[in-house]
Structures are given as structure tokens and as C-alpha cells.
Design a protein around this ligand. Structure first.
Ligand code: ADP
Ligand code: ZN
Length: 669
């Protein structure tokens, strides 16, 4: 880091002496300085993090920020955003200040960095005065590489003054989409962050997010005051996540089947809309032998912290949560994210599903979706707070989400298109519509039947009813309610016996999704929209999605509990026992130290160790995820696990030999 400064000074001295063209020398010096910081960045990557090469845009981002430039970075979850600011923080002189919205995770983030030998700390409201003072002193003394702060801290004059007393190398604004007022995670405190650029114009700032439509992207740039920033946009594709959206009939049972068939023993997140359904679903899973805990804003802080901590520390725990859970969770081995209710926007859906598979190993984003979701969300928007403009926004967010649910095209292509990106092909091969193509059918006549029933009720009777009654009328059912209102006298009574009840509900759902009908009021009564007339007037066709009889899933051969684990880490059969031995050792370490297992080593690192079976520290040091500090802390212990395991194997092999020769000898005789 100091090399840069020295080179600059040398150039100036030489230039002032007039011994060489000053400009040329300066340019050469700048180039060599840039070269120097580049190799410094690479050295840091290998020494601290144990990785050999940068991924995707990382190198470009890091070079730019190390050189003092501002950056806006859009990179999907798991893409490697952290290194984009951690390395500049380590390479540039001073402390990197990271603004992050979730104080509950700061301790874990700091623990993970310390495990790598990085001098990290945080200041937030969970600390007592003494603890805070200690970190502040370390910062002022220049003894911290990285300091985490919550955005609300930066509203306090005291915090700004503190920062002035030390040296800040870079400001990193994580989860930068929180500044977007119309976004799903808006945090007013983020609006105050523009002050950083005004007060520290020479300190580079880097804003990072894993979700941004073009509109959010613009808001980030404007509101954080980053007009000069260079923009880096990685592909938002998460190829290891399999996207699936299934028709909802009995969601809890469907979830259980999904977990049993594909994710036995895996860690995952289940999202529900209401606190009540969170509680009920968690209980249901527990009762059925799936370890699960609830998480929502109605639980007290202690319980929430405990459940989050268990999720991070234990293997194979399921968290059932409202959207209050998950942002910033950097657990790498979340194997599935399930939605039992429809998310409010595609951005929210992408953000939530993105929490699966940060380690790049196969994972599933699974959702159950039905008519009731559409009715409920439309009702929520109508009865919710906010002005007309707010409602219009919410409705267009919902429409995009519904379009994703109802699409007969590749889900991934549609998701990427929403973020203004193109998929690499028409079909990804790893979403439900690619795996089992849904059929479409011409639903024009069915749509007309539903809509004319709505029209009849309204024109002839001045009545509005919900979907249930309309389906009963179409099916010609003489229910008590049908009799009560004389609905069997309507000319449309019984005109729909060509479809089943479920199929009619599907028709109504798709009409709602396509904006060809709408719901109204407390009871969600069905009403026409402006677009309904085009259907009734035969001006347009209505194409509908037919649910595949057998929804797509992973092939049966991959579905056993053990098979799934093996498939997730993709190991040959013979490497599995040693992998499991390493995992057991890691679990002990994690328990002893009270840190999550992935803070010790990621699955991906254990996998490499199990595959290459290093014989000594030098060989071990070559593997990804083994920086200086981890090698020093755990190197010997890992070699011992391998040696013990090897002896055990040799022992078993001997026994096998003797027993098999014993078994063979009688027949051989
Ligand atoms: P994000 O914050 O974008 O979700 P992370 O920074 O947590 O992603 O990185 C995701 C995973 O990828 C982590 O396990 C990290 O250690 C790993 N990773 C990041 N960059 C590299 C790299 N250059 N080489 C190898 N692994 C990397
Ligand atoms: Zn696809």
C-alpha cells in the first residue's frame, strides 16, 4: 500500500530535476502505481482469502476503487460483492467503513473477517459504552482495517466527528437499493448517506446491491450523490438456482412433500405473508419431523436473535419467516427458499430466492401460488396505506410478479428481462417451464363465460359476488346461496360444466393476473376492468396456461437424502466419507468457538480438501479458501483429520481383506 506513495514521490523528484520529461515519467509512475496496486490486490486475495483469481467484474471494480474512483456495483447474491470493498479497504491506507443495514449480522460478519486475520470491528446499538469506546479508539489509532456501521449512525454528528478523527480508506454502502423510495426495502436513513460524498470528497465510495431494476439503479446513483461513479453490472443470472412455481392446493402439505423428496436435512427459508401463517407452518413442520423455527416482527428481539443465530450455526434448520428475515444473511449453504404466499414484487422475489445457494451449489427456489394469492394481494393494495400514486406502483409491481407466475416461457429469461438483462438462451433448462413445458389453451370462451356472469349479476341484479359464487353459478350448482339469490334463474346458470371447479378457479386467477378482471372491497368481489370489454366483445383471444399434470422436480435418482447431499457438493462416492469426517471436525470447532460452521471453512473448501487429500501444509495452502490465517489456525488439525481417516480406512480395508479371504477360502478349498 505504501509502495504507491513512494513511486509517486520518486517520479516528482526526478521530474523536478529536469532529468526526464515530467509528464512521461508521471504517466509511467501512475501506470506502475496502478500495476502495483493491482498486484497488491491479487496478493491480498491470495494471502488473506486464499483465492487465486478474481471472479467476473471483481478485478475491474477493485482496481477502480483502489485508484480512488467511485463505483456502483450491481452483482447478484453470491457474486462476490464483499471482496469488492474488503480488498480496497485492505490495500488503501486507513479503515474501510462499511454501511450495512442489519446490525444483527454485524457480529457474524466481523467474526468471519477476524477468522481471516482482518482487523474488523463494528459500532452499533447492541454494544455497551465500554465496548463502543474501545472500537472507536482502535479506529482513531488506525488499528482497524474494516469498520461496520448502521446507516442511522451516520445521522449522528458524533459519528461523523469520530470518522474525521481517523483515516477512512473507502466508504462501502451495502444493500444500496435500500435508498430507493419505491423499492421493497426502503430505509429512510439511507437518504442521509449523500453527506459522505460532501464531507469526504476524496474518499472513494462504492455502492453495492444484488437487486436493481433500471429505475432502482437510477435512484441509487442520484440519491447517494454518485454522478461520477463508474457502473459495474454483472449478469443477475443465478444458474445454480432452479426456479419453480406450482399451483397451490394444500400449501403446507405440498411444502412438506417438496422438503421430503428433495431437501431432507437441508437448511432453507420458507416465506409466508402473515405472522399467523408463519407460526402455523413452523409448528406443522416441527410436528412432521422437520426442524423449523418461526421468525417475524411480532416476536421479541431476543427470540428473533436466537432463531437467526441457530439458523446460521446449525446445519439443516428451516426458518419460516415473513420478509422481516433474510437481508444480509450470508449463510452460503441455504439449499432452498420456498414461498407459500406470493411476493409483492419481482424485485422482492429475486432478492428472497437469491438467498439460496450463495456457494454456487445446486439449490431450489420453489413457490406455491393460487387464486387466493391474487385476490389477497389486490385487496391489500386497495385497502393499504399510501396515495393513488403509491397504489399504482404497487399494482404494477404485482402485475409483473403475476406475469412471472403465469408465464409459459422460461422463468429465468423472464426474471432477467425484468432487470433489463438478456438470458443467454431461450431456455435455461433449469426452471419448471423448461423442464416440463406447460401447455397453453385458448381460454377466450371460458373467459367470456366468467365475465358475462359478472355482467349479468351486476346489470340484472345490481349484485357483486366473489369467485366462489360465480364458479357455483357456472357449474350449475344449486347451493343454499344460489337458491337464496335465485341465481339458478340466470341465463348463465350451468353454462360451464365443461370445466372442473379447479379449472374455473384457474381461469379466474389468470383473468385477474392479466388484468382482464379485478377484485373489489373487503370480500374480494369480482368486477370488470376496462380491458374486460375487449374479451366480451371478441376483440381479443385469451391464452391460458394449463398446469402440467406432473410438476417438474429433480429426477428421482437424485432425491434421496444422502443423494441430495452428494449432489449438492458433487463428490464421487469414495470422497464422501472423508468429506463427512471433515464436516464432523468442523462442527466441533464451530461449537467450541461459538461461530457458524462456514466461518471455519465453507463446504466448497472441505470439498476440495476431500478431493485432493493434501499430504502437507504446502499442498493444503494451494486449495481455495485457505489464506495465511486459516492455514496457521487449522492446517495441522485438518491434516490430522485426513491422517486419522486414512488410518481408519486402511484398518477397515485390512478387516475387509481378512473377512473376504475367510469367506472365500471354504469355496476355494
Ligand atoms: P455476495 O456478497 O455478492 O452475495 P459474497 O461476497 O458473500 O457474495 O461471495 C459469495 C461467495 O463466493 C463467498 O463464499 C466467497 O468466499 C466466494 N468468492 C467470492 N469471490 C471469490 C473469488 N474471487 N474466488 C473464489 N471464491 C470467491
Ligand atoms: Zn428456464
Amino acid at each position: 500500500m505504501d509502495g504507491t506513495v513512494v513511486t509517486d514521490r520518486t517520479a516528482e523528484t526526478v521530474g523536478a530535476d529536469g532529468t526526464a520529461g515530467r509528464d512521461a515519467l508521471n504517466a509511467a509512475a501512475a501506470a506502475s502505481a496502478a500495476e502495483g496496486s493491482r498486484s497488491e490486490a491479487l496478493r491480498t486475495l491470495s494471502r488473506v482469502f486464499g483465492y487465486d483469481t478474481f471472479r467476473g467484474e471483481q478485478q475491474a471494480v477493485i482496481d477502480h476503487v483502489v485508484d480512488g474512483g467511485d463505483a456502483v456495483v450491481l452483482m447478484p447474491t453470491g457474486g462476490g460483492k464483499s471482496l469488492c470493498y474488503q480488498i480496497p479497504a485492505l490495500v488503501r491506507p486507513g479503515t474501510g467503513v462499511v454501511v450495512s443495514p442489519l446490525i444483527a449480522l454485524m457480529q457474524d460478519q466481523v467474526d468471519a473477517l477476524r477468522a481471516l486475520g482482518v482487523r474488523a470491528g463494528f459500532i452499533n446499538s447492541t454494544q455497551d459504552f465500554e465496548e463502543r469506546r474501545l472500537v472507536e479508539a482502535e479506529f482513531v489509532a488506525g488499528e482497524l482495517d474494516i469498520l461496520y456501521l448502521a446507516p442511522e449512525r451516520l445521522r449522528m454528528q458524533g459519528t461523523l466527528d469520530l470518522l474525521s478523527r481517523g483515516t477512512v480508506s473507502v466508504f462501502a454502502i451495502d444493500e444500496a437499493h435500500c435508498v430507493a423510495q419505491w423499492g421493497h426495502d426502503f430505509r429512510p436513513d439511507y437518504l442521509a448517506l449523500a453527506v459522505l460524498g460532501e464531507r469526504w470528497p476524496d474518499v472513494p465510495r462504492i455502492a453495492l446491491t444484488a437487486t436493481a431494476t433500471p429505475a432502482t439503479h437510477r435512484e441509487i446513483t442520484e440519491r447517494l450523490g454518485l454522478p461520477e461513479a463508474r457502473h459495474f453490472e454483472a449478469s443477475f443470472d443465478r444458474p445454480n438456482i432452479q426456479y419453480r412455481i406450482v399451483g397451490k392446493d394444500d400449501p403446507k402439505k405440498q411444502l412438506l412433500r417438496f422438503l421430503r423428496e428433495e431437501h431432507e436435512g437441508d437448511a432453507g427459508i420458507v416465506y409466508c405473508l402473515s405472522r399467523n401463517s408463519v407460526e402455523k407452518t413452523a409448528e406443522f413442520l416441527e410436528r412432521n419431523g422437520v426442524p423449523a423455527v418461526p421468525y417475524h416482527a411480532g416476536l421479541d428481539g431476543g427470540t428473533r436473535a436466537r432463531h437467526q443465530s441457530r439458523f446460521l450455526r446449525e446445519e439443516g434448520l428451516v426458518v419460516v419467516a415473513t420478509i422481516a428475515f433474510g437481508m444480509g444473511i450470508d449463510k452460503p449453504d441455504v439449499r432452498f427458499v420456498a414461498h407459500l404466499d406470493l411476493p409483492k414484487s419481482v424485485e422482492g422475489y429475486y432478492q428472497e430466492t437469491g438467498r439460496a445457494g450463495r456457494d454456487g451449489l445446486p439449490s431450489t427456489a420453489w413457490m406455491a401460488y393460487g387464486l387466493q394469492d391474487v385476490v389477497q394481494q389486490r385487496k391489500l393494495i386497495q385497502s393499504g396505506e399510501g396515495d393513488e400514486a403509491f397504489r399504482r406502483r404497487a399494482a404494477s409491481h404485482l402485475d409483473a410478479m403475476l406475469a412471472l407466475c403465469e408465464t409459459v416461457q422460461c422463468r429465468r429469461a423472464q426474471l432477467l428481462a425484468y432487470f433489463g438483462q438478456e438470458a443467454s438462451g431461450q431456455k435455461c433448462g433449469n426452471c419448471d417451464t423448461c423442464l416440463t413445458a406447460p401447455e397453453t389453451w385458448d381460454g377466450t370462451v371460458a373467459a367470456q363465460k366468467v365475465l358475462s356472469t359478472v355482467v349479468r349479476l351486476q346489470r340484472e341484479r345490481g349484485q357483486k359476488f366473489g369467485t366462489g359464487q360465480i364458479v357455483d353459478i357456472l357449474l350449475g350448482r344449486k347451493t343454499a346461496k344460489v337458491i337464496q339469490f335465485d341465481h339458478d334463474q340466470l341465463s348463465v346458470f350451468g353454462i360451464g360444466d365443461d370445466l372442473s371447479e379447479a379449472e374455473w378457479r384457474g381461469v379466474v386467477r389468470q383473468l385477474l393476473a392479466q388484468g382482464l378482471a379485478s377484485v373489489e372491497g373487503e370480500y374480494g368481489t369480482l368486477v370488470l376492468t376496462d380491458a374486460s370489454a375487449t374479451v366480451l366483445g371478441r376483440e381479443r383471444e385469451v391464452l391460458m396456461r394449463k398446469e402440467p399434470k406432473r410438476p417438474a422436480g429433480r429426477p428421482k435418482s437424485e432425491r434421496t437424502a444422502k443423494g441430495e447431499r452428494k449432489q449438492a457438493v458433487d463428490l464421487p462416492e469414495e470422497a464422501l466419507p472423508v468429506f463427512e469426517a471433515l464436516r464432523a471436525w468442523r462442527a466441533d470447532q464451530s461449537r467450541e468457538q461459538g461461530v457458524p460452521a462456514y466461518v471455519i471453512f465453507h463446504d466448497a473448501t472441505l470439498r476440495e480438501i476431500a478431493l485432493s487429500l493434501p499430504a502437507d501444509l504446502t499442498q493444503l495452502a494451494q486449495l481455495p479458501g485457505l489464506g495465511e490465517k486459516k492455514l496457521a489456525n487449522y492446517g495441522e488439525a485438518v491434516l490430522k483429520v485426513l491422517a486419522d481417516h486414512g488410518r481408519l480406512e486402511a484398518g477397515t480395508a485390512l478387516e475387509d481383506d481378512s473377512s473376504s479371504s475367510g469367506a472365500e477360502s471354504p469355496s476355494g478349498d
